[in-house]
Design a protein around this ligand. Structure first.
Ligand code: ATP
Length: 234
């Protein structure tokens, strides 16, 4: 479904990704793991059109994305829940969700079906009239994911869904991610929390200073000595 081919992305002189080649097949959950600053967010933003590509290609369902704006990529079915959640604190849960649809489709189309999709998050439903700022970190993360689902994506990009969350809440968020994956949606998730990422992924790539250094099934990577020592602390 998605292929990044020999991708290089740079911020002026800082080369953040170099020669990255990665694939995500339809229905797969793929994790990209790596330390702080490895280039994970840079890759997701290149896929969603927020970072220009210096060389290489990004192909989604057979078509190159690199010359398309981010709005076109959303229309093609790529949606991202950004790092740090970025919800609107002064709007209610429901307003955050409906606002997500304004840019990319006509107002009059019913959104009730889409709001029903976020029934996956029962606590959001309970809190739909509550303001964004009053939600817990875990609820805000679920709202960010719910908002990304409102665009009816075929590929969901998740940027560090566990960031800043207490372990129990991070696990709860990942339980939802697992449910979304089980529903058949294709997911690319980037994470510093390797244990959680490998708990949902079918396959994973390890990114170190802008290069893919390892790849394999989640089960194989859990056994890999380098992954165990550097990322699992065992
Ligand atoms: P984190 O987990 O901290 O978000 P990451 O793996 O997502 O880390 P990136 O944020 O993609 O890493 O950063 C990769 C490299 O690019 C880092 O060296 C970072 O300092 C640099 N970088 C990221 N954004 C910019 C920017 N806007 N301008 C200049 N350099 C940047």
């Amino acid at each position: 479904m998605l292929a990044c081919n020999d991708l290089t992305v740079a911020y002026d002189d800082i080369v953040a990704l170099q020669g990255v080649t990665l694939e995500v097949a339809r229905g797969e959950t793929v994790a990209l793991i790596g330390a702080n600053g490895a280039g994970k967010t840079t890759l997701l933003q290149a896929i969603s059109g927020l970072n220009p590509v210096r060389s290489g290609d990004i192909v989604f369902e057979g078509a190159s994305l690199v010359r398309l704006g981010s709005d076109r990529r959303v229309a093609l079915g790529i949606s991202q829940a950004p790092e740090g959640r970025r919800i609107f604190p002064g709007l209610t849960v429901e307003e955050n969700l409906t606002l997500a649809t304004v840019n990319w489709r006509r107002w009059r189309q019913p959104i009730t079906d889409d709001l029903a999709r976020v029934d996956l998050f029962p606590r959001l439903k309970e809190r739909r009239r509550q303001l964004g700022w009053s939600l817990s970190g875990g609820e805000q993360q679920m709202l960010a994911i719910g908002r990304a689902l409102m665009a009816r994506p075929r590929l969901l990009l998740l940027d560090e869904p566990s960031l800043g969350l207490a372990p129990r809440l991070a696990e709860e968020v990942y339980e939802r991610v697992r449910q979304i994956a089980n529903s058949g949606l294709t997911i690319l998730v980037v994470e510093q929390n390797t244990v959680l990422a490998l708990s949902v992924a079918d396959r994973a790539y390890v990114l170190e200073t802008g290069r893919i250094v390892l790849q394999g099934t989640a089960n194989n990577l859990k056994q890999n000595t380098r992954v165990r020592e550097a990322y699992l602390g065992r």
